[in-house]
Design a protein around this ligand. Structure first.
Ligand code: FES
Length: 80
């Protein structure tokens, strides 16, 4: 008898594009695309994708992606 575990919530994520924020179902590529589109600050990503607004366990990975990709931003970040 083989039973598969439930796949979990619907998401566009896969092995090459894992879910980074499981609370808000935000994948790695969605975060990278948002950074490149100009949401290159922590607050910008929170407002755009709601990442880190649940349990907060994705904070380290979001911060790492910001550091890695913010140089590729298109400079249309909203300032506060
Ligand atoms: S995993 Fe991102 S807020 Fe919980």
């Amino acid at each position: 008898m083989s039973q598969h575990p439930p796949d979990g919530p619907e998401s566009t994520a896969d092995e090459s594009n894992p879910v980074v924020c499981s609370c808000k179902l935000v994948s790695r590529n969605e975060i990278i695309d948002a950074i490149k589109a100009g949401h290159s600050t922590f607050i910008g990503l929170r407002l755009k994708l709601s990442v880190t607004t649940g349990c907060g366990s994705c904070l380290i990975e979001v911060d790492r992606l910001l550091a890695e990709y913010k140089d590729q931003t298109q400079d249309d970040e909203t300032s506060f």
